[in-house]
Ligand binder design. Structure first.
Ligand code: FE2
Ligand code: FE2
Length: 163
């Protein structure tokens, strides 16, 4: 059973959303890099790369299904100037919650169409989103603790060790 046009359209939108996430995180990385926080920058660069991989997995899926991948404009992040070091971390968490809702929307559509193949394929993304939200929430918590104890630079060097 080939996937429907509706699922194809939703996945094409999701490819755009994943690439927009990459763009958002690359912008955040550059904000931190410019401010001299190389660890935070490295962490967000790694996040950006992961988002590109998320897009690629969806692209491969459409190709396997014999469906056309349609690339659309990627929204420029309204970044560069954040209020403070904390704001990008809040934005990341809110953004990941938004992406989770998008993924759940595709799952709901797949369920409705009894497209069990797509539903199974999306399992990976469902799990990934739980992890992404948990990581974003944890980083925000760590930042608040570090800030309270005057250890933001220590957190920065810890984040810089991410593989
Ligand atoms: Fe993603
Ligand atoms: Fe993500």
């Amino acid at each position: 059973m080939q996937i429907s046009e509706k699922i194809t359209a939703l996945i094409n939108e999701q490819i755009n959303a994943e690439l927009a996430s990459a763009y958002l995180y690359q912008g955040i990385a550059e904000y931190y890099a410019f401010a001299g926080y190389v660890g935070f920058a490295k962490w967000f660069k790694a996040q950006a790369k992961e988002e590109v991989e998320h897009a690629e997995k969806f692209i491969d899926y459409l190709e396997e299904q014999g469906k056309k991948v349609l690339l659309s404009d990627i929204k420029a992040p309204s970044n560069e100037e954040y209020r403070d070091l904390r704001e990008p971390l809040e934005i990341q968490l809110t953004h990941e919650e938004h992406v989770t809702a998008l993924i759940y929307g595709i799952v709901a559509q797949a369920k409705e169409e009894r497209d069990y193949g797509t539903e199974r394929f999306l399992d990976w993304y469902v799990k990934e989103q739980v992890e992404e939200e948990a990581n974003a929430r944890a980083l925000l918590g760590e930042y608040d603790l570090a800030k309270e104890h005057g250890e933001v630079l220590h957190l920065d060097s810890k984040l810089g060790k991410r593989e």
